[in-house]
Design a protein around this ligand. Structure first.
Ligand SMILES: Nc1ncnc2c1ncn2[C@@H]1O[C@H](COP(=O)(O)OP(=O)(O)OP(=O)(O)O)[C@@H](O)[C@H]1O
Length: 248
């Protein structure tokens, strides 16, 4: 199966510390591939290299069959690599629809000062409304973003990403800060979303990971020590020792 997103032998050091130490992984069409590992294992450093905000010392990143190692974040985003949840980029005082429109505007490549006409641009508006519909926020389109729940804001972030017509999602701890109910809702939402585009998921919430992941890679000290299905990872002796312990 061809990989939508792939890292090959990525390496990144901070001084003597090898934060990424020869990482190779793939994200395939239709899957959720979770990256788990203890604090400081190098998950954020890896994501930053995949998305283009950090240059690797060695190795390559390819997306949709193109070598994008030298491409900046914006170029990868335009190709359809959607990174969500790292820091909220939502405009809190604007409505849900306005945020989705800003996303659609960014995707269109039109200059920002055309925003007023854009609000009347039926093509862009249609795109924004379709994205809100897809995440279940259509009824809340006129609500101020600050008044949404935590989980609804995460869904709105996905809607903004959807206006870019993403070919892959990279998500950094989407469950963080959500209560039990919010996590459960987002879990079922992500289980559907992977049909739109595959998801590389960095997540500490093991219930969510075990419920969602088609494959899991375990990162420890900058190296992937195992990749496999949920059952394979739960049974893996090295993983239990290095990370999961009693959680498996
Ligand atoms: N800019 C930097 N300069 C120096 N060291 C860094 C830098 N960024 C990360 N590190 C170090 O690299 C290692 C990997 O950090 P990283 O944040 O990628 O881990 P992580 O798995 O995402 O951790 P967490 O689960 O706590 O978010 C850590 O030891 C961290 O201190």
């Amino acid at each position: 199966m061809t990989a939508v997103l792939a890292a090959t032998d990525l390496r990144k050091s901070f001084g003597a510390l090898k934060a990424t130490d020869g990482v190779s992984l793939t994200l395939r069409e239709g899957e959720i591939h979770a990256i788990i590992g203890p604090n400081g294992a190098g998950k954020s450093t890896l994501i930053a290299q995949l998305c283009g905000s950090l240059a690797p010392d060695a190795g390559t990143v390819s997306f949709l069959g193109c070598n994008v190692t030298a491409q900046p974040v914006a170029a990868r985003a335009r190709m359809g690599l959607a990174r969500t949840f790292q820091t909220s980029a939502l405009a809190m005082e604007d409505t849900v629809l306005q945020n989705a429109l800003l996303g659609a505007l960014g995707a269109s490549g039109k200059p920002w000062h055309f925003f007023a006409p854009v609000a009347r641009d039926r093509g862009l508006k249609g795109r924004a409304e379709a994205a809100l519909d897809a995440v279940g926020l259509a009824d809340l389109r006129d609500v101020r973003t600050a008044d949404l729940s935590h989980g609804q804001r995460r869904q709105l972030e996905v809607a903004v990403a959807l206006t870019l017509e993403p070919k892959a999602f990279v998500m950094d701890e989407p469950m963080a800060g959500l209560g039990q109910e919010g996590s459960a809702q987002l879990t079922s939402f992500l289980a559907d979303l992977k049909r739109t585009a595959p998801i590389l998921l960095v997540e500490h919430d093991m219930d969510a990971v075990f419920a969602l992941a088609d494959r899991i890679s375990v990162l420890v000290y900058g190296r992937i020590i195992a990749t496999g299905t949920v059952d394979e990872i739960r049974r893996d002796a090295a993983v239990r020792e290095a990370y999961l312990g009693d959680e498996a």
